[in-house]
Design a protein around this ligand. Sequence first.
Ligand code: OGA
Ligand code: NI
Length: 371
Amino acid sequence: MEVVGFDKEGAGYDRAKEVKEFEDTKAGVKGLVDFGILKLPRFLIHPPESLPSSPTSSNNTTSTLQVPVIDFAGYDDDDDESCCRRLKIVREIREASEKWGFFQMVNHGVPVSVMDEMLRVIREFHEQSKEVKKEWYSRDPKVRVRYFCNGDLLVAKVANWRDTIMFHFQEGPLGPEAYPLVCREAVIQYMEHMFKLREILSQLLSEALGLKRDYLKNRECMKGETVVCHYYPPCPEPDLTLGATKHSDPSCLTILLQDTMGGLQVFHENQWVHIKPMPGALVANIGDFMQLISNDKLKSVEHRVLVGRVGPRVSAACHVYPNTSYKYGPIEEFISNENPPKYRETNIGEYLAHYRSKGLDGSKALHYFRL
Ligand code: OGA
Ligand code: NI
């Protein structure tokens, strides 16, 4: 059946057709900007209740709160004094992951030059001609490097103002020929640092959960990653759309690199809190799968991205996933008669299939797995 929507005036509106015509350009929202559009096509316009200009208080950013900033300096030294440093870092991670689901990291070991270069090449990829980018356009989840506009474009009710290039490392490293030339070297270098930081965080999170340092590693809870590199072009009508609808991440953990433009917000204590870009910082957030295996001890918190009239904004989100062939449920150490498991066992494939079938519709995929 063809899905036909009606606008306020009652005239027919064929969303599927509009989306298909757009999809066939393979040029993303950047293509709309290059074309010189001054008004947003209807499929990109969000309902008033999910827009920041909405009169409902929970949608206004009035908060002056700040996501915790954690200094990782000294996390790995062995003398007595540094041992206290590590305990302090572990405590800060635990508190932030329980209360916010988010924290910013400084002195995490990834050189600023590597992060800057990563942001530069993502921008460069997205600013190539559409003929060049087209070759990489795909919605096939088996393709390990692909470019697309909105992973859920064909299922979601509204589309977001962003394009993405995605690199899939869950089955191991990619050969150099798998990368677009413009970003090959920088992404390979950035990923070497992500693999290291993932190991560090896997240990610190194990300790934050009160478990042995190697617990999450031995269970392969943080085995591989998918990196999504977003490009949010300047938007002619920023009050009518979003860069990313309110969502939580399906991963165990996400390590996010953002540029200086701002726009990322986290929903905390019933209000939206701006995650201020900080020089040299990386953002970490707990994903749904970590909330599931920790039986709700750590929180996967909803966030969104606003867009601006000026831009572009560029970011790279490294989503860390568990072993794809294992089943996971809430870990035994947290289960007792008083604390029964809150979720049924599942594997990341099943979790992602459910997550994707919903699209970014503002509701949480985790509810579906609750006992
Ligand atoms: C994501 C995400 C935020 C950003 O990729 O899941 O939330 O700032 N990205 O791009
Ligand atoms: Ni996210």
